[in-house]
Design a protein around this ligand. Structure first.
Ligand code: TEU
Ligand code: CA
Length: 539
């Protein structure tokens, strides 16, 4: 990588706009709330924000069901608010990435209203309509990620329409060139407004089999799995034709300078890599979710890092994600102590990290009382732990009412521990996980080896995961103890001393180390092994 692009060295911070900060007193986060806290994000040290959808939407899937791609939903504010946010962000050299949801629209989108109006409406073929296999029977066995069949019967025209997700999210027909050019125009609309890139929702769903073949039964299906996992989505996702569509989308992005395309892709690493495209003509960053589902164990994690690093195409830039608005929070998955180790892993691996809002203060899953459930997935498939509300609760700003997020009861309950676990408290507390995130983000800026260096596995024995990052003679040694027992670790063979740059406990900065480092249970440390540290040592 000769000169690094911003999306390779900056850290991305995902904002779920409904839950970041409410500034107009309706209990729902909004654009003015984001604009009011940009200095917080600059001070934390992130370089880009990815905002989940803010466009006109009936909110059946909280914004992932869009009824007008070129507008801001009044819940979040106005286009003037958006333009002000863009300016305020760019004035602070913060990049802004929007969420692009091309696979489906809201059923309230005018395009769908026209398409469903009659079989010969010019927009009929903008969506996926099929005849019943036989009266009253869906065209095939395809299932929705939100439970039930993916086919919804429309009595007016006697056909079914396909929806991979909610019945109110009809899938667009991306085989239709008119759909493609309309969606390219949506990208250009926002790119002309200065948006620095897009995270593309469910990009691996865009093409469905043109023969509408039944998906095969999933032999690995286990009771308790999401119901749609009964089938392997062979004919409804990851189709070969998708890569040409993505390359065309990328060409639109490349009409503008220095913009990024990130793909949301839940596929195993060996399939994920295809989304870099032939000769890197695909998305810049196919989201790597492998840490989200990983067993939190040194060998498992070392293995998936090595597999990922080995699978990357030449020039393919890596990225890492610990959490997002669809998955349980990392601090609940691995526990509050290991959440610090996870932060150090995320921010010292090679490639672009994405931080999910609230993870920087160790926010955990919040139990949602039945009457406060909002997520359609939980409503459709209740009681299986699939609901996503628990990872979407209001950001805990301070110990005040509603955690400083709003002045009225927010749309989801605030975590019970907000008085103790909040940004204001953790900014003051040098040993907080917030301060660890901030120190690690600063370290990435200080250390080219972390931003641009190679990744070299050292070992993964027992609970210990050890690796180095190396760049032009600088060597950074990362020691992660995924267990609760103290231990000691020898510096890598060719180095006899170093300087400890950060501990997950926040209390060993600048410590000189020789030969062996004592490591506490649940502790991670970053050590500078570069030449200077050794020369500076007293003989
Ligand atoms: O998620 C798509 C997705 O595949 C997973 O998030 C998962 O299928 C889903 O959460 C159900 O388990 C994207 C968005 O991130 C998600 O919030 C939307 O609900 C979904 O697409 C539809 O737009
Ligand atoms: Ca609001």
């Amino acid at each position: 990588m000769t000169s690094a692009c911003w999306w390779q060295t900056d850290v991305i911070y995902q904002i779920y706009p409904r839950s970041f900060l409410d500034r107009n007193g309706d209990g729902i986060g909004d654009l003015r709330g984001i604009a009011a806290r940009l200095d917080y994000l600059v001070d934390l040290g992130v370089g880009a924000i990815w905002i989940s959808p803010i466009f006109a939407s009936p909110m059946a899937d909280f914004g992932y069901d869009i009824s007008d791609y070129n507008s801001i939903d009044p819940l979040f504010g106005t286009m003037a608010d958006f333009d002000a946010l863009m300016k305020a962000a760019h004035d602070r050299d913060l990049k802004v990435i929007l969420d692009f949801v091309p696979n489906h629209t809201s059923d309230q989108h005018p395009w769908f209203q026209q398409s469903r109006a009659s079989r010969d409406n010019p927009r009929r073929d903008w969506y996926i309509w099929r005849n019943p296999a036989q009266p009253g029977v869906a065209p095939n066995n395809w299932l929705s990620e939100f439970g039930g069949s993916a086919w919804e019967f429309d009595g007016l025209t006697g056909q079914y329409y396909y929806h991979a997700f909610h019945t109110r999210q009809p899938d667009l027909n991306w085989r239709n060139p008119a759909v493609r050019s309309a969606m390219h125009e949506v990208l250009r609309f926002w790119l002309r407004k200065g948006v620095d890139g897009f995270r593309v929702d469910v990009i691996w769903h865009l093409v469905k089999d043109d023969q509408y073949r039944d998906n095969p039964i999933n032999p690995q299906f286990r009771l308790g799995d999401p119901p749609n996992r009964r089938l392997v989505p062979l004919y409804t996702t990851d189709r070969p034709e998708v890569h040409d569509l993505i390359a065309a989308m990328r060409r639109v992005i490349d009409e503008f300078d220095d913009r990024v395309l990130i793909g949301e892709i839940y596929l195993p690493i060996e399939r994920l890599i295809a989304y870099y495209g032939r000769d890197l003509s695909g998305v810049h960053l196919p989201f790597n979710f492998s840490l989200i589902g990983a067993r939190w164990q040194a060998q498992s994690i070392a293995k998936l890092i090595d597999e990922y690093e080995a699978a990357l195409p030449p020039g393919g830039w890596p990225n890492w994600v610990l959490g997002n608005h669809d998955r349980p929070r990392i601090a609940s998955r691995v526990g509050p102590d290991q959440a610090r180790v996870a932060a150090m892993l995320l921010l010292t691996l090679r490639g672009t990290p994405t931080i999910y809002y609230g993870d920087e203060i160790g926010m955990q899953q919040v139990p949602i009382p039945p009457e406060q459930i909002r997520d359609p997935l939980e409503k459709n498939v209740p009681g299986r732990g699939l609901g996503r509300d628990g990872a979407r609760t209001p950001l805990q700003w301070d110990g005040g009412k509603f955690a400083g997020f709003a002045t009225v009861a927010p749309w989801l309950p605030v975590a019970a521990n907000y008085a103790q676990q909040n940004i204001a408290e953790q900014i003051r507390n040098p040993g907080s996980i917030y301060r660890l995130y901030r120190r690690l983000l600063a370290l990435r800026r200080e250390q080219p080896a972390l931003r641009r260096g190679s990744y070299r596995p050292i070992s993964a024995n027992g609970d210990l995961l050890l690796y180095t990052r190396e760049f032009e003679g600088d060597r950074i040694f990362v020691v992660l103890n995924l267990g609760s027992e103290p231990t000691a670790v020898a510096l890598p063979a060719e180095s006899r001393a170093g300087r400890l740059l950060v501990s997950t406990f926040g209390d060993r900065d600048r410590e000189l180390v020789r030969e062996i480092i004592d490591i506490r249970g649940n502790e991670g440390v970053v050590v500078e092994l570069s030449k200077q540290a050794v020369d500076a040592l007293p003989d």
